[in-house]
Design a protein around this ligand. Structure first.
Ligand code: NAD
Length: 371
């Protein structure tokens, strides 16, 4: 298969973790006979430094001309980086919001899966973890508060800020359909999360989800208020299969879900539109605190590359090979710093490795993977 992949290395640890994902993809291409072509796309702080804006029209065109885009992460230290003294629409994150909008990426998938080998990194009690959990958070990405009208003005001498949370029924319907379709391929349960006791937008959300649910009689569904969902994620995460929710709730809940798995460095994500195109990126940010030290965990980006093979290119066997190699590396007790056991007496039972070594270890296991 010939695939054209746009690559946004981005800022902070982005270039380090993307390099490892590319190494893994190259190994897959060689082993299974595919041709992967990469096109570098600049976005985020590096684009601000180079051309003054976080995303150019040329960058958008390059992304649109790709079959899929693999991204590291963008942004810097929000307290100290000069990028955050710029107007909001010129900051790194504005580039990502614009790209998502331009590519109509309305569905964000974030798996939260607890690896047997990393159970110890999970901050929850053993009786809560049980046999582990495996959920998919599906977040609406192009509507809601992050895209509504906003302003800050002085009213009677008092500074007042307004953000607007807007959804129309079509936006809710298309994400709800995706949620039920994903559930059909999993354990067939959707938990739709809203704040319908307070917000009109949530009451519309609930109404449309109920209509969509009728088209999927094989999938069970429930509504849950977002505050309750935040509690249930730490009280009983096993109950969830697909969590379907709007933009801001999804932003917060998916970070919470990622923390209960133990490390943000392990979690992949995909943002999809109505076609096969997708933007694939790790769930974490640019981690400026560890950038350039060669210690970032590349697994989330490598697993994002696996999602790209599965969802954009239908290369399931190749995606399986990557996922199996990641599991094997963990079984073989290799760990980056973020997934090291916390207890002193357990540290000697595993081997601490850096970003590049982790990439190499995964490549080795893909080469030896038989299927
Ligand atoms: P962050 O996810 O970058 O970091 C939070 C913590 O997790 C840090 O201690 C970091 O060292 C650690 N961490 C993150 N990824 C890791 C990895 N692969 N390996 C090991 N440790 C890892 O979140 P933050 O500090 O809140 O944000 C930093 C910057 O990233 C900000 O500018 C923020 O806006 C941006 N950000 C970008 C994206 C994106 O590119 N999609 C997403 C979230 C945050």
């Amino acid at each position: 298969m010939n695939c054209k992949i746009g690559v946004i290395s981005g800022d902070g640890i982005g270039p380090e973790i993307v390099a490892e994902a590319r190494k893994v993809l190259d190994c897959i291409a060689e082993k299974y006979g595919h041709e992967l072509k990469y096109e570098e796309i600049q976005m985020g702080g590096c684009s601000i430094d180079a051309v003054g804006v976080p995303l150019t029209d040329e960058a958008i065109s390059k992304a649109k001309a790709s079959d899929a885009v693999l991204m590291g992460s963008i942004g810097g230290n929000t307290a100290t980086s000069p990028w955050y003294r710029l107007e909001p629409h010129l900051r790194p994150e504005a580039g990502l919001l614009k790209l998502r909008k331009s590519l109509n990426l309305f569905a964000n998938l974030r798996p939260a899966y607890l690896y047997e080998e990393l159970k110890e990194a999970c901050p929850l009690r053993e009786d809560i973890i049980g046999d582990g959990f495996d959920m998919m958070i599906l977040r609406e990405l192009t509507g809601g508060l992050y895209f509504g009208e906003r302003k800050t003005e002085e009213i009677d001498g008092v500074l007042t800020a307004v953000d607007t949370l807007t959804y129309n029924e079509q936006e809710v319907r298309r994400i709800a359909k995706r949620g039920f379709e994903i559930a059909m391929k999993r354990r067939k349960k959707v938990t739709s999360v809203d704040k319908a006791n307070v917000l009109d937008s949530s009451r519309l959300w609930r109404k449309v989800v109920e209509e969509v649910a009728k088209e999927y009689p094989g999938v069970s569904y429930e509504h849950m208020l977002v505050d309750n969902c935040a509690m249930q994620l730490v009280k009983d995460p096993k109950q969830f299969d697909v969590i379907l929710t709007e933009n801001m709730f999804g932003d917060i809940l998916s970070d919470e879900a990622s923390m209960v798995t133990g490390s943000i460095g392990m979690l992949s994500s995909a943002s999809l539109n109505d076609t096969k195109f997708g933007l694939y990126e790790p769930s974490g940010g640019s981690a400026p605190d560890i950038a350039g030290k060669g210690i970032a965990n590349p697994i989330a980006t490598i697993l994002s590359a696996a999602m790209m093979l599965r969802y954009s290119f239908d290369l399931d066997r190749e995606a399986d090979a990557i996922e199996a190699a990641v599991r094997q590396v963990l079984k073989d007790k290799y760990r980056t710093i973020d997934i090291m056991p916390q207890e002193e007496n357990k540290k000697s039972s595993v081997t601490l490795v850096g970003t590049k070594e982790m990439g190499d270890l995964i490549v080795e296991r893909i080469k030896n993977y038989e299927k």
